[in-house]
Design a protein around this ligand. Structure first.
Ligand code: AMP
Length: 224
């Protein structure tokens, strides 16, 4: 099964991607994570994308398309994959269609901007483990420090409010057309068009998870 997860930064895509990847036994391909690990490794790619990422800007389409094409050609993607963070522009979406990559489901998780700002500006990370806290919604026992190691928590450079607002405005301008693109394909019933699933990301994460799984499973059953 091949799934694309769409939604603004902070909609909970990463968490849901993890659930869906386990549930359907497909690798999760999170382009943001791939870029962050390239930065951490100090690779050429990492050096090239560091500044734009910190500023919340998008990385060039040709770079992202090459990274994703290379990744989905790997053997663990034979039975499917889940894309989290790609495609983010129309050009990226069209590149998948042109390459004949058949997508089964496009799942959009929608959350309003003010809620996103609240969520992301309070997000704190333990860099060693990737553990995520929220200053208000899931605070660590001691403010600013990791519960397990006692080490200092950080705020992602691109989680500062001004940068979040820039990321949201880029999302509305560049990524929302991707949603229309897939909605149109589904509505026109183009051969092999992916099923489009809309999900509100406002509720508790387990509820969002269960609703997405229910939608996917019921469509699968109808098709079976
Ligand atoms: P994320 O972790 O998905 O929020 O991604 C973090 C950052 O990585 C984004 O703000 C972009 O700078 C970059 N990025 C990730 N995926 C893409 C993509 N498909 N196209 C362009 N830039 C991307």
């Amino acid at each position: 099964m091949r799934i694309i997860l769409l939604g603004p930064p902070g909609a909970g895509k990463g968490t849901q991607a993890q659930f869906l990847s386990e549930r359907y036994d497909i690798p999760k391909i999170a382009t943001g994570d791939m870029l962050r690990s390239a930065i951490k490794d100090g690779s050429q790619l990492g050096i090239a994308v560091n500044k734009a990422m910190n500023e919340g800007k998008l990385i060039a389409d040709d770079v992202m398309i090459a990274i994703v094409q290379e990744r989905i050609a790997k053997s663990d993607c034979k039975n499917g994959f889940l894309l989290d963070g790609f495609p983010r522009t129309l050009v990226q979406a069209e590149s998948l269609t042109k390459a004949g990559v058949k997508i089964d489901f496009v799942v959009e998780i929608r959350v309003i901007d003010e809620e996103i700002v609240r969520r992301l500006s309070g997000r704190r990370i333990h860099p060693g483990s990737g553990r995520v806290y929220h200053a208000v919604y899931s605070p660590p026992k001691k403010p600013g420090f990791d519960d397990e190691t006692g080490e200092l928590l950080i705020q992602r450079e691109d989680d500062h409010e001004e940068t979040i607002r820039r990321r949201l405005s880029i999302y509305h301008k560049e990524t929302e057309p991707v949603i229309s693109y897939y909605q149109d394909l589904a509505a026109q019933d183009v051969n092999h068009a992916p099923y489009y699933i809309y999900e509100s990301g406002r509720g508790p994460i387990e509820q969002v998870r269960d609703e997405i799984i229910k939608s996917i499973d019921s469509i699968k059953q109808q098709g079976a």
